[in-house]
Write a protein that binds this ligand. Structure first.
Ligand code: GDP
Ligand code: IMO
Ligand code: MG
Length: 439
């Protein structure tokens, strides 16, 4: 049984924690899209680890972590992360036995980060405003991939073809850098030397990831696909143009790793019991300006600061209109509801069940980000729940009644079961209701 984990909102839902937890049931853990724009936090025995590129199963010995073709791969970030894990004793002396990188993944090079940064700086001075990217070169690297001038991991380990490919890759970039942004050009020789060095270091990690997965499927070994970002940041289905540049929805796991649709049986959407968003773009249930004290309270208790950039996350109530949409575009079979502990001891909680737009009540997530920025949320106000001792709760029936009602309301509205309830950042602070690997 193979399972995909996807973000059901705008990212940072707690995917890292769930992947770490589910890794005990899987043998292969696969990152299939995005890059080091992701920040996935794991808390094991009180120790926090933040992963940006390496799959969140890496703390488990004996499991294979794969970075598949759909990922945009920054080798410098990769080695930094590997070294941190080795220093922490989480990876042995031969980390390539546990972590493999697809030959087909596209490489993020320094000029991608530079273009990302310069573009955001320019946009912030324009009327349209910036996207608020993580400035990790993600968008420019995917652009080059689709424009068919990207550098793939396999090119890094073939110096004989690399120089010519790099020359082609930077031809237009240099015109852009010099004449549009008024910056400095990229020097081909030094970039080539840097890439050859990185390629040599990377060689033992490089693998035919698709082939590894085909073999695993053949032997029916359990695979866990780890999504990054969230549904509403998907380049096709999200709040375009305020999105990331990859397919964050479950479909991305297929093209992003080279398996067919029948390979994935369960799609678990990870959602917070409220909503957050980092970066610009519409956010109907945002309460930063309507209930600033409540927003501050949630941000403080939930420690809502970006795991990648440290930016404060924008905070709002749970948006079930957006979640219903996420259930549909992912074919979600279950929900992992995270951070419900953050809402303990609140007098009330609100849940958005519809939007008001131009005098009408609508129940569907609008296609246009312009419309979405104008909607007014329609809320169901529900009683809050008293503080409970998460460590002493062994089953869902021991949770406060109001909290159980909240969970039930979500399940009924979305017609999708909550399969996991997270009550704190730690691995053990979790109530597993059913096991997606066995259903
Ligand atoms: P991801 O990008 O989806 O993996 O999520 P992040 O790691 O960026 O952000 C989630 C944050 O919430 C991290 O700091 C987690 O340690 C933390 N977290 C996860 N689940 C829970 C939970 O149930 N309760 C609380 N209080 N924190 C949680
Ligand atoms: P995880 O995997 C939250 C957001 C950025 C910006 C937009 C585009 O930790 O949930 P990009 O750098 O990708 O071009 O930025 O997407 N973004 C995320 N927001 N969590 C993430 O990842 C994100 N990765 C990108 O803030 O709004
Ligand atoms: Mg994150």
């Amino acid at each position: 049984m193979n399972v995909a984990i996807v973000g059901a909102q705008w990212g940072d839902e707690g995917k890292g924690k769930v992947v770490d937890l589910f890794t005990s049931k899987a043998e292969y853990i696969v990152r299939y899209q995005g890059g080091n724009n992701a920040g996935h936090t794991l808390v094991v025995n009180g120790k926090k680890t933040v992963l940006h590129l390496i799959p969140s199963g890496v703390l488990h010995e004996g499991k294979t972590c794969l970075i598949a073709n759909g990922v945009v791969f920054d080798p410098v970030v990769f080695f930094k992360e590997i070294e941190q894990l080795v220093d922490a004793g989480a990876l042995g002396a031969d980390p390539w036995n546990r972590v493999r990188v697809s030959e087909r993944a596209h490489v993020i090079l320094p000029y991608h980060c530079l273009v990302d940064k310069l573009r955001e700086e320019k946009a912030s001075k324009s009327a349209a405003g910036k996207i608020g990217t993580t400035v990790r070169g993600i968008g420019p690297a995917y652009e080059d991939k689709v424009a068919r001038r990207g550098i793939q991991v396999i090119d890094l380990i073939r110096p004989e073809v690399l120089k010519q490919k790099l020359a082609k890759a930077i031809e237009e970039k240099n015109i852009l850098l010099e004449h549009y942004f008024g910056g400095e050009k990229i020097d081909l020789d030094s970039l080539y030397a840097e890439c050859v060095t990185l390629g040599e270091k990377l060689r033992p990690y490089v693998a035919n990831v698709r082939g590894i997965l085909a073999e695993a499927l053949g032997y029916k070994r359990p695979i866990l696909f780890e999504g990054a970002q969230g549904t509403l940041l998907d380049v096709d289905h999200g709040t375009y143009p305020f999105v990331t540049s990859s397919n964050t929805v479950a479909g991305g796991a297929l093209t992003g790793s080279g398996v067919g649709p029948t390979a994935i049986k369960q799609v678990i959407g990870i959602a917070k019991a409220y909503t957050t968003r980092v970066g610009s773009g519409p956010f109907p249930t945002e309460i930063e300006f309507t209930e600033p004290e409540m927003a501050k309270k949630i941000r403080d208790i939930g420690n809502e600061y970006g795991a990648t950039t440290g930016r404060p996350r924008r905070v709002g109530w749970l948006d079930l209109v957006a979640m219903k949409y996420a259930v549909q575009v992912n074919g979600m079979t279950g929900i992992a509801l995270m951070k419900s502990d953050v809402l303990q001891d609140f007098d009330y909680v609100k849940v958005c069940t519809a939007y008001r737009l131009g005098g009408n009540t609508i129940y569907e997530f609008p296609t246009s980000s312009d419309d979405l920025s104008k909607v007014e949320p329609v809320y169901e106000v529900m009683p809050g729940w008293i503080k409970y001792r998460a460590e002493s709760v062994c089953g869902i029936s021991e949770l406060p009644e109001e909290m159980r009602n909240y969970v039930k309301f979500i399940e009924d509205f979305l017609k999708t079961p909550v399969v996991l309830l997270s009550t704190g950042p730690g691995r053990e602070e979790t109530l597993e209701i059913s096991d997606p690997f066995r259903s």
